[in-house]
Design a protein around this ligand. Structure first.
Ligand SMILES: [Fe+2]
Length: 395
């Protein structure tokens, strides 16, 4: 990679240049936005620890003691429903010698560090520390696993590492009318899968949330049900964007669905993006959620949950199946594999010296990508320089 692409100052200038431009002037960003190691470091300092990051679904921890472990950037975490039924996100690092405590998922009465058997309750209190009663001034009660700021929204569990983010729900208020009839909080979990994709995290997010590629990349799988021409963006908010992927008239009805859905709502899928890294597709019978985080400029951890309404059974789209116009069933992963192949191709192209920003597609088709650029500009772009302010003509 050339130094030019790694130049974080140039990327921030590009973000400052697009800030507040309207959606009809939408254009892409320099390649460095995706391939610069320095810019990734900035994202890891200024975006991920300061924002609400989705870790998974509430149904994953339905009973007291249920937990799953995960990692956000360098932070090993336990997501657990305590014996008091409260959902918490705890640091999964022993307070003694920093060993990671729990692995995988399961149901636990307490968590025992494998190193020296320090034992913590499901709310993070240190219960036992062998032989530490012989150590002067060691207070078991004063020792506990850090509890991280946690917010549950519509059945999704979010964490904020630095504990300073403003509450999430008010930021998503404008999204509510578009999703409330789906009642995402009442879905049942069918599938959890975590994988690493060889692309930049933003590319995967942009791809999941734009409809411009539906009729090309997914010509064989989705085009006859949700073609590009039927995509319709919703107005974005500070913390989100989204679009409706309308079904063709011949497309069969997905059943069962939530009874609150209107006739119109049964005829499209609703895709939304909670900035920066949570992507959701709601269809009348279920949902797919992608929780993303970078593992490098060209590697992204993609934690997927697929859910459906309880009466749906194994036939259902929430179980990873998508029914098309010809009543064919297509696997969720078949569609994702089509995206994956395309995203690897994008990253290869981005390393070319000839890459330059160009116009994005129309707002209904690619405007969600533009909304993400605007979010990143709001978060990262420097305020106008003194020089630029001086140039402003006086009235
Ligand atoms: Fe796609």
């Amino acid at each position: 990679m050339t130094d030019r692409k790694n130049d974080v100052g140039a990327i921030l200038d590009a973000l400052a240049d697009i800030k507040d431009l309207d959606e009809y002037q939408a254009r892409s960003l320099p390649a460095g936005y995706y391939v610069s190691e320095e810019f990734l470091e900035l994202e890891k300092e200024e975006i991920f620890p300061k924002e609400w990051i989705c870790l998974g679904r509430l149904e994953e921890i339905g009973k007291p003691g249920d937990y799953f472990t995960t990692q956000l950037l360098d932070e090993p975490l336990i997501v657990v429903r305590g014996q008091d039924d409260k959902v918490r996100v705890l640091s999964n690092v022993c307070r003694h010698r920093s060993s990671v405590i729990a692995e995988g998922k399961g149901n636990a009465k307490n968590f025992v560090c494998p190193y020296h058997a320090w034992t913590y309750s499901t709310d993070g209190q240190l219960l036992r520390a062998p032989s530490m009663d012989q150590v002067a001034a060691f207070d078991t009660k004063a020792c506990q696993l850090p509890r991280l700021a946690t917010e549950i929204w519509r059945g999704f569990i979010y964490v904020n590492l630095d504990g300073k983010a403003k509450p999430l729900a008010p930021r998503l208020k404008g999204l509510e009318p578009y999703i409330q009839n789906y009642h995402p909080e009442s879905l049942d979990l069918n599938v959890v899968q975590e994988e690493v994709w060889s692309t930049n995290w933003k590319y995967l997010a942009e791809n999941f949330l734009e409809g411009y590629h539906l009729s090309t990349v997914h010509y064989k799988t989705l085009h006859d049900r949700t073609p590009t021409r039927l995509c319709e963006k919703i107005p974005p908010g500070e913390g989100y964007t989204g679009y409706k992927s309308h079904y063709t008239r011949k497309s069969p009805q997905r059943k069962p669905y939530h009874p609150d859905l209107t006739t119109e709502e049964k005829r499209y899928s609703m895709f939304f993006w909670v900035f920066p890294s949570h992507l959701v597709g709601l269809n009348p019978g279920g949902s797919a959620s992608l929780c993303l985080q970078p593992r490098g400029t060209d590697e992204v951890v993609n934690r997927v949950t697929l859910s459906s309404y309880s009466s749906a059974g194994a036939q259902h789209s929430g179980n990873g199946r998508i029914r098309t116009e010809n009543n064919r069933e297509v696997g969720f992963n078949t569609v994702m594999d089509e995206d994956r192949a395309q995203l690897v191709r994008l990253l290869r192209g981005l390393k070319s010296r000839y890459v330059e920003p160009n116009r994005l597609g129309p707002p209904d088709l690619e405007g969600t990508v533009w909304d993400m650029f605007q979010y990143m500009a709001r978060r990262l772009a420097p305020p106008p320089s003194r020089a630029k302010i001086k140039q402003t003509p006086l009235r």
